[in-house]
Design a protein around this ligand. Structure first.
Ligand SMILES: [Mg+2]
Length: 282
């Protein structure tokens, strides 16, 4: 069934959470809260954070409670109702076939004794997310090739996401079902809830948002995004033939600077102008 909600899907860190070096306009988050308080709005957080860290962010930064949250790097979708966070079973069913009956723990067994990989804390693991630490000097190519080979033997389809946490001086590896990513989770939510492309906007700031930013969905890059991400995103939507599906926040909207939530709202109102009048008190 189609509906008429205005749907904002947004990244958290350095997108609505002002945890970067650029300043935040003081009115940005109060206005985001007013948007979320409208009965006609649906708010979806899309983040790498797990549930406890998501709830901590909402508390620490006075963010609005979402209607849905895509967490754990796209492996979980929560439906938030009356303060209760329920993992959406239909999403687990959608991504489960990739792991062919194995869960995170069983896959950890297949990857035992590998190059000093160390399991991350239990709250960072779930049935469809297996996360490791690796020593910072680890060369990812041979490690990922060995993991790939072991998983292939069991015909497990997985994404291997390698990154380096500079601050903690540690390599990070996420093993996820191949189908579990932010873009697929957003499209799944839209399909199941009848949200169409004209009523939905995504916002983000960094490399892990790029796939959604250039997907052809209406998307917003906040002004505090790194220059190389801005250039790459603009180039990709231009090459794909839909440069107007990506809005780059520049500041000036309602006197705000375009960073973080100010940029999100600037872009949201660019695509869906009726939103602007929801942002003032009264
Ligand atoms: Mg971010």
């Amino acid at each position: 069934m189609a509906n008429t909600e205005t749907v904002l899907c947004t990244d958290l860190d350095r997108t609505v959470i002002p945890n970067g070096v650029q300043p935040e306009s003081p009115e940005a988050r109060p206005r985001l809260r007013r948007f979320a308080a409208r009965p006609e709005s649906t708010l979806v957080y899309v983040t790498g954070r797990h549930k406890a860290l998501l709830e901590a962010a909402i508390r620490d930064y006075d963010l609005p409670i979402p209607d849905y949250a895509i967490g754990d790097v796209g492996t979980t979708i929560y439906q938030v109702m009356g303060g209760e966070w329920r993992p959406w079973r239909a999403w687990s069913d959608e991504i489960a076939p990739d792991w062919r009956g194995y869960d995170g723990e069983a896959i950890a067994g297949l990857l035992a004794n590998l190059d000093d990989l160390r399991l991350q804390e239990p709250e960072k693991q779930n049935d469809f997310k297996l996360s490791f630490y690796a020593p910072v000097g680890t060369r990812p190519e041979p490690l990922l090739a060995e993991i790939r080979e072991r998983l292939d033997r069991h015909r497990i389809r997985a994404s291997l996401i390698w990154s380096v946490d500079e601050a903690a001086d540690s390599g990070l590896l996420d093993v996820l079902p191949a189908a579990a990513n932010k873009l697929h989770a957003i499209r799944f939510l839209m399909r199941k809830k009848g949200f169409n492309e004209t009523q939905t906007v995504f916002s983000g700031d960094s490399g892990n948002d790029l796939e959604v930013l250039v997907s052809g969905l209406q998307a917003v890059l906040v002004r505090n995004a790194p220059d190389d991400i801005r250039e790459e995103a603009m180039e990709k939507v231009a090459m794909a033939g839909y440069p107007d599906r990506l809005y780059i926040a520049r500041g000036g909207f309602l006197g705000m600077n375009g960073n973080y939530a100010a940029g999100v709202l600037e872009g949201l109102a660019h695509f869906l102008p009726h939103v602007a009048e929801w942002l003032e008190p009264g």
